[in-house]
Design a protein around this ligand. Structure first.
Ligand SMILES: [Ca+2]
Length: 440
C-alpha cells in the first residue's frame, strides 16, 4: 500500500473506532471550503470590472463561471486528419473489402509520417502466409516486398522517418514491382511472372498479434508502425478500413485518456458485478466539461456507492444499509468558480473505509464523514459504472442525474490500475472514445 493511503486508512480506522469527526485531523490537509458545498448565493453577485489601475491590490479578480472547455469539442475525423497508430499496443487498420482486383496486379497509395525507423505499413498474405506482399520501414528506409514462388524486394534509397508526410505508392504487375516515394521511383523484378495468392484482410500499421510468428518468419519484424497514415487508396479508389484497433485521430488536439461525450446511455462498466465492500479506494484523473455528472456508481438491493460532480463540487455518497453518508469537496481557485472545470487535469480520490468516507482533489483531503455505526459494508452487486449509469434517472443516491462529460485517465481501483483500452467492448456503452480525448 502507498504510504499516503496507509496513513489515510489508519486515520479512518482510528476515526471509525472513536466515532467522532475531530480526532486525527492533523494528519489531513483540509481544503478551506472543504465539505461546505456551494457558497451562499450572495457571494455570486457579479463583480464590477473597473480599469486596472484603480483596482486595489486586495480585490480578487472575478472568477470565470462555467467550464473552461466547451461542452462539445471540435471533432476531427480520422478520415480527414489521418489515423494515428502506436499509442496503444497492437494498433492497426484492417481492410476486409478490397477495391478492385489484386491477384495479378495491384496498386496502393498512402501517406505516412513517423519518427520511428521500423514499422509495418502494409501486410497482406494468403492463409498460410507463404505468399505475401508487404511494405515496412527498415532503418528509416521503405521496403516493398512480395513473394510467391520467388521473392521481390525493393528498397528506397533515402530514409523517411523525419516526422513529415511522405507519399508512398507501391504496385505490382505479375513479377514486376514499383515503389514510388514522393515521386522517387525504385523498381524490382522477378525472373519470371509471379503467381501471388493473397487474401483479405489486408493490414496497415501493424498485423494481428495472433499472426506474429508467421509475419516474423516472412519479414523478420512484427514492429507496429508508430505515426500517422492518411489518404489511403487501392487501385486509385479511396480505401477505408473496415475496422480499426487502438487508433486515434492524427490531430494536435488530442491527448491520452478516455472521453465521455455525455450522450444518453453513455458509460463504461469497469467491472461487470462489483461489491464495494468494507474498504474501497477509487482514484482517477478527470478533466470535466460539466459541473454535474456521474463519475462512478454501484448499487445493491439497498446499499449503494455514488461518486459524482454536483454543481461544481465532488461528492461521494455511500449507503451501507442504515442510512447514507455524504462527503463533498469544493476546491477553491482564484480564476474559476468551478475549480474542477478549469480545463486542467485534477486527480481525485474517494476513500471508503467501513463507515467513514473522505475525498481528495489534487491531494487535498476533506474532513472524513462518518456514517451510521455498525453498518460498514457497501453490499453492491451491480456493475461498477464509470462516467454514467445505465439507469441514471432511476437509481437511488445520484443527485446529478446526468452523465459525466470530459476526459478520464489513470483509473485505479484499490490501487490497481484499470486500463480502459483493454476492456472488452461489451462493457462500453454509448459514445465513449477509449484511448484518447479531444483537447479543444
Ligand atoms: Ca451493508
Amino acid at each position: 500500500m502507498h504510504p499516503t493511503h496507509f496513513l489515510i486508512f489508519l486515520c479512518l480506522t482510528l476515526l471509525a473506532k472513536a466515532g467522532r469527526g475531530d480526532g486525527g485531523n492533523d494528519f489531513l490537509r483540509t481544503s478551506t471550503e472543504g465539505a461546505r458545498g456551494v457558497p451562499p448565493l450572495s457571494t455570486l453577485a457579479p463583480e464590477v470590472r473597473r480599469p486596472v489601475d484603480t483596482v486595489p491590490l486586495t480585490t480578487p479578480r472575478p472568477k470565470l463561471e462555467g467550464c473552461a472547455l466547451p461542452l462539445d469539442p471540435k471533432r476531427e475525423n480520422e478520415k480527414e486528419v489521418g489515423y494515428r497508430l502506436g499509442t496503444q499496443r497492437y494498433s492497426r487498420l484492417k481492410f476486409s473489402t478490397p477495391r478492385g482486383k489484386y491477384k495479378k496486379r495491384f496498386d496502393f497509395r498512402l501517406e505516412f509520417k513517423t519518427r520511428e525507423s521500423e514499422g509495418i505499413l502494409f501486410y497482406s498474405s494468403n492463409r498460410d502466409h507463404n505468399h505475401y506482399a508487404a511494405v515496412y520501414l527498415e532503418e528509416g528506409k521503405v521496403v516493398f516486398t512480395f513473394k510467391g514462388e520467388e521473392a521481390v524486394i525493393i528498397k528506397s534509397r533515402f530514409i523517411y522517418n523525419d516526422d513529415t508526410w511522405h507519399i508512398v505508392e507501391f504496385n505490382r504487375d505479375q513479377g514486376n514491382g514499383k515503389l514510388v516515394i514522393n515521386e522517387q521511383l525504385a523498381e524490382g523484378s522477378a525472373q519470371n511472372p509471379i503467381h501471388l495468392e493473397l487474401n483479405v484482410p489486408f493490414y496497415m500499421g501493424g498485423v494481428d498479434p495472433d499472426e506474429y510468428n508467421l509475419v516474423q518468419a516472412n519479414l523478420n519484424t512484427t514492429s507496429s508502425f508508430t505515426g500517422c497514415i492518411r489518404n489511403i487508396q487501392m487501385n486509385s479508389f479511396q480505401f477505408e478500413p473496415s475496422e480499426t484497433f487502438g487508433v486515434i485521430p492524427c490531430s494536435e488536439n488530442v491527448e491520452l485518456g478516455s472521453y465521455f461525450s455525455g450522450d444518453p446511455n453513455t458509460y463504461v462498466k469497469l467491472k461487470e458485478r462489483f461489491k464495494v465492500g468494507e474498504v474501497f479506494n477509487l482514484k482517477m484523473d478527470i478533466k470535466p466539461r460539466v459541473i454535474s455528472g456521474v463519475l462512478a456508481a454501484a448499487h445493491g438491493k439497498k446499499d449503494y456507492y455514488v461518486l459524482e460532480l454536483h454543481n461544481g463540487h465532488l461528492q461521494l455518497t455511500v449507503e451501507n444499509g442504515k442510512g447514507p453518508v455524504t462527503a463533498s469537496f469544493t476546491a477553491d481557485s482564484p480564476d474559476h468558480k468551478y475549480h474542477l472545470c478549469d480545463g486542467q487535469w485534477h486527480t481525485i480520490q474517494a476513500v471508503k473505509s467501513k463507515n467513514v468516507i473522505t475525498l481528495s482533489v489534487d491531494s487535498m483531503f476533506t474532513s472524513p464523514k462518518i456514517g451510521p455505526a455498525h453498518s460498514t459494508s457497501t453490499d453492491t452487486g451491480s456493475a461498477l459504472f464509470l462516467g454514467g449509469h445505465r439507469l441514471i434517472k432511476k437509481v437511488r443516491g445520484i443527485q446529478s442525474r446526468t452523465p459525466y462529460v470530459g476526459c478520464v485517465r489513470n483509473v485505479t481501483i484499490n490501487d490497481e490500475r484499470v486500463d480502459l483500452t483493454m476492456l472488452p467492448s461489451t462493457l462500453i456503452s454509448g459514445n465513449v472514445d477509449i484511448g484518447y480525448c479531444p483537447t479543444n
